[in-house]
Write a protein that binds this ligand. Structure first.
Ligand SMILES: [Zn+2]
Length: 400
């Protein structure tokens, strides 16, 4: 039964790839770049076998109580005795799998989208303030950082959402099939969407004339980037290049100026489901149960695989962020319904989140020490990073 169940999940992932999201709250200078390449691969003892959460307890049916050999907890967290993070709250309301989470720093609102096309808008207290039915599956969500525009990947289009009025104000056509990946250039003047047919549509922000409001800037279709032979599942834009991952097992590197494919990165033997840039490194995860780190190792500027980490389960989604102590953390959602929290560049496991079903959406908060996970049952969980010294301070206070 357990085997059949996991097979079903693995299959369903093939048709529901997860996009990559990366938004760092803090400047990335202190991240991986400072670490020399030889720190990959990390020490062997960084991989530990971890007791998982009790499936019976999750359903409120465990009869073993304290004697249960599995964890009766939604997470496991450690940092030298203290807790790296803890659960803050649960946002309940979605009935279908969460495909996107986005936060708006100007309004402190949290947006969540699901497979059924429902967008929910939450305030900081965790109250749902608005429910909007888009009418078609949402494949991914992305918030622009400067313009406070929210983009939703749907079928044959990207919907532009106005965060002031919380309505869809524009539909950008061009993609063919479901859009699973959206990314923006650093300048936020280029928008990219990867679709089911393997193409990436690029839009450019252009001034347009409008009878009512005069001149305003809008995204205009610029070009179609053709190359992938299967569904594009993830895109990330760096300062000079755009990287895209696909179910064709490859990652493509595109020039941001010419929008032409300049390199095809081969190495994964399964669907690539997530890519993220961390300074000069590219990190990817795949259905082949590996996380790969890529870097430019020669003068020619070619990107090469520099480290492969074997996971016990399929890698579904990656997200990079900093913990409260400023340490770079990599969150990796896996096929066993868990999210692993690794400290970079050592890949030391700092904790694990357990869910009832796969986590396809991970997002860092724009304000405060929070991050979010959304699972395939429709549950969104809010997590809080703890400061390493919090526990020590408390212990000291108790002594006095
Ligand atoms: Zn139990």
């Amino acid at each position: 039964m357990a085997v059949a169940d996991s097979n079903k999940r693995v299959r369903s992932t093939k048709h529901q790839p997860q996009r990559f999201i990366k938004k760092n709250r803090k400047p990335p200078q202190r991240a991986v770049a400072a670490a020399p390449l030889r720190q990959w691969p990390p020490k062997k003892n960084s991989k530990t076998s971890i007791v998982g959460a009790c499936r019976y307890w999750m359903d409120g049916k465990c009869l073993h109580g304290d004697r249960c050999r599995n964890l009766h907890s939604w997470f496991r967290s450690s940092s030298g005795g203290g807790q790296t993070f803890s659960m803050s709250s649960k946002l309940e309301g979605h009935k279908k799998g969460i495909t996107g989470i986005a936060t708006d720093v100007s309004s402190s609102k949290i947006y969540t989208g699901d497979k059924d096309g429902i967008v929910r808008v939450w305030d900081v207290t965790g109250k749902c303030r608005k429910v909007v039915n888009i009418g078609r599956e949402i494949g991914c969500m992305m918030m622009s950082s400067r313009n406070s525009l929210l983009f939703l990947g749907t079928v044959d289009a990207v919907k532009q959402w106005n965060t002031q009025r919380d309505v869809v104000e524009l539909s950008l056509g061009g993609p063919i099939g479901q859009v699973y990946a959206i990314a923006m250039s650093h300048e936020e003047d280029m928008l990219f969407a990867g679709a089911q047919n393997g193409d990436i549509t690029a839009w450019k922000l252009m001034a347009t004339h409008n009878n009512i409001s005069g001149i305003r800037k809008q995204f205009q279709q610029h070009s179609i980037m053709v190359g992938h032979t299967s569904v594009v599942t993830c895109i990330v834009a760096g300062s000079e290049y755009v990287f895209s991952g696909s179910m064709d097992h490859t990652i493509r590197k595109w020039s941001l100026t010419s929008l032409e494919c300049v390199q095809t990165l081969r190495g994964h033997t399964g669907d690539v489901l997530s890519v993220l840039c961390w300074n000069e490194y590219l990190i990817s995860c795949s259905m082949d149960k590996t996380i790969k780190v890529w870097g430019t190792t020669h003068d020619a500027g070619l990107v090469e695989e520099i480290y492969t980490r074997d996971e016990e389960d399929e890698g579904l989604a990656l997200h990079g962020m900093f913990d409260e102590d400023g340490k770079p953390m990599l969150l990796c959602s896996c096929g066993d319904d868990s999210v692993r929290l690794y400290e970079l560049p050592t890949f030391m496991e700092r904790g694990r989140i357990f869910a009832k079903d796969q986590v396809r959406a991970i997002e860092a908060g724009r304000a405060g020490p929070y991050f979010f996970t959304g699972d395939w049952t429709g549950l969104v969980t809010v997590w809080k990073w703890n400061k390493e010294n919090d526990d020590k301070d408390k212990a000291l206070q108790q002594q006095h």
